[in-house]
Design a protein around this ligand. Structure first.
Ligand code: UD1
Length: 347
C-alpha cells in the first residue's frame, strides 16, 4: 500500500517509516521539520517531503495515490506555560482538521492517528465502598503534605489503581491532552460524515533510540537519560510510586504497521487502541533501572509535584492484542536499560 506518514522525521514517525518500508509498503513522508523539535536548518530525510499539515496545498500534493494516512505529526509534551496553548491547538487540532478535509478531497478514507494515554487523565481506580470510580482531583495541600495518591471522588476514601481500557472516559489535564481529545473528536466526526475508518493509537510512555533530549517538551525517560549523560542524578518527583507503562518506540512502530494493515477491514468509525508494553513499572523503579544501566548517579526522590501530572496511568493491552494482533516485544527492563546507551536526538 502507499502510505502517507505525517511527522515522518520525528522520533516516532521515523521508526514508523522504517517498519512500514521494511514490510514492503510504499511510504511517502511529510514533515515540517519544526525548528522547536529539529533545530534551525535541519536537513530533510530521504523519502520525506518538507511540508505542513496545516497548509492544504502541502497535504493535497502529498496525498497523490495514497491508500492510508498514518498521522504522527504533532506538538508533544507538557509545554512551558499557557503561551504554548495556541501552538497545541494549531498543530494538533487545526492540522488534523486540514488533513481530514484534504483526505476527503482526495477520496482517502483510511486513517491511523497517533493519540495518547493523556486523554484518560488520572486513569481508573477502585474504591472498596464505591467500586469503579473516577479519582478526586488531587489537592495542593495533600500534595504538599506528601499524600500523592488521589482519593475516591465520591467519599474521599482510599482507592487502588486499575488498568485503563479504551472505554475509560476522556479526562484531559493539560493543553496537550486537551488537543489530543479534540483530535479524536474531529476524527470521529469525520468518520461519521464521510463513512471513513480511523484507528486511534493511544500511546503510553514511549521511549527508545532517537528520542528528543531534555526539553520542555520531553517525557520523563528522556529527562532522566539526559541527566545521567550530564553526570547528574535523575530527579524523581512525588515519592516515585507513580505507575506508568513504558513502551519501546519500535513496538509503537509495529503497532502502527498492524493498524495500517487493518484499518481498511475494521468498518467505518473511529476505533481506539492502547499501545503499551503491558508491564507497568513505578517511576522509582524506572529511574533505578536507567541509572544502574548507565552506571550513573542513584536517583533522588524529591517530593516535587506538578499541577498537571496524573498519579497512575496503567494500560490494558487486551484490546490491541485481541483485535489488532499487537503485543509488545521489548520488555521495559531491557529496553530501559538499553536506553542508557541509545542515542538521543539533541535537537
Ligand atoms: C508522557 C508525555 C505525554 C505522552 C504520554 C504518553 C511528556 C511531557 N509527557 O506523559 O506527552 O503523551 O507520556 O506517551 O512528554 N517526572 C519526574 N521527574 C522529572 C519529570 C517528570 O519524576 O524530571 C515524573 C512526573 O511527575 C510524572 C512522570 O514522571 O509523574 C511522568 O512524567 P511525563 O513523562 O512528563 O508525563 P506523562 O504524564 O507520563
Amino acid at each position: 500500500m502507499r502510505v502517507l506518514v505525517t511527522g515522518s522525521a520525528g522520533f516516532i514517525g521515523s521508526h514508523v517509516v522504517d517498519v512500514l518500508t521494511d514490510a514492503g509498503h510504499d511510504v511517502v513522508g511529510l514533515d515540517l521539520l519544526l525548528p522547536l523539535a529539529h533545530g534551525a536548518g535541519a536537513s530533510t530525510p530521504d523519502g520525506t517531503r518538507r511540508g505542513d499539515v496545516r497548509v492544504p496545498a502541502d497535504v493535497d500534493a502529498a496525498l497523490d495515490g495514497v491508500d492510508v494516512v498514518c498521522h504522527q505529526a504533532a506538538m508533544v509534551g507538557n509545554g512551558v506555560d499557557a503561551q504554548d496553548f495556541p501552538a497545541y491547538a494549531d498543530h494538533n487540532d487545526h492540522g488534523t482538521a486540514v488533513l481530514l478535509a484534504a483526505m476527503t478531497r482526495a477520496g482517502v478514507g483510511s486513517l491511523v492517528v497517533a493519540s495518547s494515554m493523556v486523554v484518560y487523565g488520572d486513569g481508573r481506580y477502585t474504591c472498596a465502598v464505591h467500586g469503579d470510580v473516577s479519582p478526586a482531583v488531587r489537592r495542593e495541600d495533600d500534595l504538599e503534605a506528601g499524600r500523592y495518591d488521589p482519593g475516591c471522588a465520591v467519599c474521599g476514601g482510599p482507592v487502588e489503581w486499575r488498568l485503563v481500557d479504551e472505554d475509560t472516559p476522556f479526562a484531559p489535564t493539560s493543553a496537550y491532552a486537551a488537543s489530543k481529545v479534540a483530535q479524536e473528536h474531529y476524527v470521529s466526526a469525520w468518520c461519521r460524515l464521510v463513512g471513513a475508518s480511523a484507528l486511534a493509537l493511544r500511546y503510553h510512555n514511549v521511549y527508545g533510540p532517537g528520542m528528543p533530549a531534555d526539553t520542555p517538551y520531553a517525557g520523563v525517560a528522556a529527562i532522566f537519560r539526559s541527566a545521567l549523560a550530564r553526570g547528574e542524578a535523575p530527579r524523581v518527583f512525588e515519592d516515585g510510586g507513580q505507575m506508568r507503562d513504558f513502551v519501546h518506540v519500535r513496538d509503537v512502530a509495529r503497532a502502527n504497521l498492524a493498524a495500517v494493515e487493518r484499518v481498511g477491514s475494521l468498518g467505518s468509525g473511529r476505533h481506539a487502541y492502547n499501545v503499551a508494553s503491558g508491564r507497568p513499572v513505578s517511576l522509582g523503579t524506572m529511574a533505578r533501572t536507567l541509572a544502574a544501566a548507565a552506571d550513573g548517579a542513584s536517583p533522588v526522590v524529591t517530593g516535587e509535584y506538578r499541577p498537571y501530572d496524573v498519579r497512575h496511568v496503567v494500560a490494558s493491552p487486551a484490546k490491541s492484542r485481541d483485535e489488532l494482533g499487537f503485543t509488545a516485544q521489548v520488555a521495559p527492563e531491557e529496553g530501559l536499560a538499553q536506553l542508557a546507551t541509545d542515542p538521543l536526538r539533541t535537537r
